[in-house]
Design a binder for this molecule. Structure first.
Ligand SMILES: [Zn+2]
Length: 69
């Protein structure tokens, strides 16, 4: 921890596909009469523009498999 703020206990994690930058403006190549670029706004397909993904639920103890010989 490097700052005065304590660690948060959020229930979501940053999307690994977009690293939290969930929306991008992509130029389509043309300009209008005022010289502004035509852009498309595209959301990350993994997080759908939220920038976060919910944490995966932890394994329940009943789901563990122990191999013993
Ligand atoms: Zn994402």
């Amino acid at each position: 921890m490097t700052g005065p703020n304590p660690a948060t206990t959020t229930t979501a994690r940053i999307c690994p596909n977009c690293d939290g930058f969930a929306t991008a403006a992509i130029s389509s190549g043309g300009r209008d009469a005022r010289g502004h670029l035509h852009t498309l706004t595209v959301d990350c397909s993994a997080c759908h523009g939220t920038g976060t993904l919910p944490l995966r639920p932890r394994l329940a103890v009943t789901a563990w498999e122990v191999a013993a010989r």
